[in-house]
Design a protein around this ligand. Sequence first.
Ligand code: C5P
Length: 227
Amino acid sequence: EKKIIIAIDGHSSSGKSTMAKDLAREIGYIYIDTGAMYRAVTLYCLRKGYIQGDTIQEEALKADLDQMDISFRYNAETGRPDTYLNGEKVEKEIRSMEVADKVSLIAALGFVRRAMVAKQQEMGKAKGIVMDGRDIGTVVFPDAELKVFVTASPEVRARRRLEELQAKGEQTTYEEVLANVKKRDYIDSTREESPLRQAPDALVLDNSEMTIPEQKKWLRDQFEAAV
Ligand code: C5P
């Protein structure tokens, strides 16, 4: 049976990661969350004090980037991969509001993107992979056999994100989360380096009005049609 590359792009908190992870597990593919990689770089910078307000110490980050080890290890308990930064499990830390607030700034840096894209291309070269992000179908794997672009209204995405954060005990409000969702959309789609955009050959899924089982079935059907 032929193995393919599945590129899942879309807006933040559109639920694409949940769909992508579940599909990968069902079909026995490797799942790579590229957002987690940009989040790990952001966490690293915050810890090192390389981010002050909206200013980033680019030279310091550039010097450290080569030695930064970002990897994923399968967690048998959750059935999903955890993100590791230089050997430390940071899955929880990279999902904080503090990281979410700064990640788009880090992801807008060309030298960071080039380093991450190179890692991602290496991870996917054997195929049999589901990769989720913003530029997978456009930049990382423009020849992916299946490309999906997932979106939902900002309000729906903010509500989903708020539930996630509250479940984790983060103190935040709907207004704050909605502002963060919109701010990330804006930065992600207007940045100079590979802005978030739909690949011309991507299948678009607006899941504002869909349940998770409906989305999963839709994606599974697209996969069956592609192989
Ligand atoms: O997918 P997630 O919301 O975790 O991604 C966090 C941020 O990382 C995005 O808002 C975006 O700024 C950046 N990102 C990116 N390119 C990717 C994946 C994520 O620029 N392929």
